[in-house]
Write a protein that binds this ligand. Structure first.
Ligand SMILES: [Mn+2]
Length: 413
């Protein structure tokens, strides 16, 4: 029995603008992406894997800048880098005019991919033997620019020729393995809002003629396994690319045992991103000042173990003390995270709406509040409800605090 080892890494999205980060953090995050790729190549060499599998979205877009492209090519040129199998994804699809994948354009720019980088350039599955272990075949398919994405890559028709090729394999102990590298959506596991691309079901994956499937597109690590072996896995994005991509990010080493019975894979996750992404809640009820709100936020960050390297969204909830204004994190919080995003939509001022509802309507304030509460109760549309609620609080501020300053523009559910 032999063990074939791969390093699986995808969804690096090199060249990403990181528009959701403040301007001064964007270049840091782009450096993190580059560092992740360099680290992945170094780990592949240190661990002595047979190949690097890259199932798509190495680049964030079809047209990356020359510097980003040159960086990626150089990253794989390191002496000792194992063979690399790339299956372009929906962000960096293949076309004959692709500035990142077209061999003639790459040569014209003076930076062709090195010999040991193989790019799959057809939508149909095609195979390459694994150098040094010819009985192991690496199958790949690519996304094509401008071509519909609804095609099912693991449907019976798409894999029928793979099935036939598998039938020709020797049936003794040297049977080898068929490994798939592609970009696609595991149905039922795509995060809300992410575009479906080349969809497949778990059932199709189990029935497919592949012994292991390395997939890209979903940015959080996940796997399909049974009988003690992993059949399919996403390594996830190499670094957290957005606030919704929670937790740790990296690549994985795949160890595929070949020779006796059906080859079975086991996986080891390896962290590449030194920053984690958090999304936490903090109740600030009773806080008597903005500084107290900041201290609650700091405590919430401590409780989940978020460090100054990390990215965090903190969702505030509860009722602030009368007259307390909270506009955002103060200077003491800034060094607590690489980037901190505070969501104040769940905050409410400490007005007792139930008491106003139950009152006899004897005062102007009560009549005002009850008129708006009646409107609020009758309204279904969330945006209009937020508008009525804001008007109610501004009015109560005017009555009680004799001060109206912008405080409720961000109210939400
Ligand atoms: Mn992606």
């Amino acid at each position: 029995m032999a063990v074939v080892r791969f390093l699986q890494v995808s969804d690096l999205h090199l060249g990403r603008p990181f528009g959701s980060l403040p301007a001064e953090r964007r270049s840091d995050r782009r450096r993190d992406q580059r560092r992740a790729l360099e680290l992945a190549v170094r780990l592949a060499m240190e661990r002595g894997v047979h190949a690097i599998l890259l199932p798509g979205d190495l680049f964030d877009m079809e047209w990356v800048d020359a510097d980003t492209l040159a960086f990626a090519v150089e990253a794989f040129k390191v002496s000792g880098c194992p063979p690399v199998f790339v299956a372009p994804g929906n962000h960096d699809p293949y076309s004959d005019a692709s500035p990142t994948w077209s061999p003639s354009l790459m040569r014209a720019r003076g930076c062709p991919w090195p010999e040991h980088v193989h790019v799959f350039t057809t939508v149909e599955w095609s195979a390459r033997p694994l150098p040094g272990m010819e009985s192991v075949r690496i199958w790949g398919r690519c996304a094509i620019a401008g071509v519909a994405s609804a095609e099912r890559p693991l449907g019976p028709e798409a894999v029928s020729h793979v099935e036939r090729a598998r039938g020709t394999r020797p049936q003794d102990g040297s049977a080898g393995a068929d490994v798939a590298v592609f970009h696609g959506s595991r149905e039922g596991f795509l995060p809300p809002g992410q575009k479906s691309w080349a969809p497949f079901s778990d059932d199709e994956a189990w029935r497919s003629p592949f012994d292991y499937l390395a997939v890209g597109h979903i940015h959080t690590a996940q796997r399909l396994q049974g009988d003690g072996a992993v059949r399919l896995a996403y390594a996830g994005a190499a670094i957290g690319l957005d606030f919704g991509e929670l937790g740790t990010h990296g690549c994985c080493e795949v160890r595929l045992a070949v020779g006796e019975g059906r080859p079975g894979a086991e996986l080891e996750f390896i962290e590449l991103d030194r920053r984690q992404v958090f999304d936490i809640a903090a109740d600030v009820t009773g806080c008597g000042s903005a500084e107290q709100v900041d201290r609650r936020i700091a405590k919430a960050l401590d409780q989940v173990g978020a460090s100054e390297q990390d990215l965090a969204t903190v969702r505030l909830a509860g009722r602030l003390g009368r007259g307390v204004r909270y506009a955002g994190p103060g200077p003491e919080l800034r060094p607590r995270a690489f980037h901190l995003r505070v969501d104040t939509r769940g905050l409410r001022p400490d007005y007792d709406l139930d008491a106003l509802r139950a009152g006899d309507g004897g005062s102007t304030e009560e009549r005002f509040a009850r008129a708006l509460l009646a409107q609020l109760d009758a309204e279904q549309d969330p945006a209009r409800r937020a508008g009525i609620e804001a008007a109610l609080y501004y009015g109560l501020d005017a009555f009680r605090l004799h001060e109206v300053t912008p405080a409720y523009e961000e109210l939400g559910g």
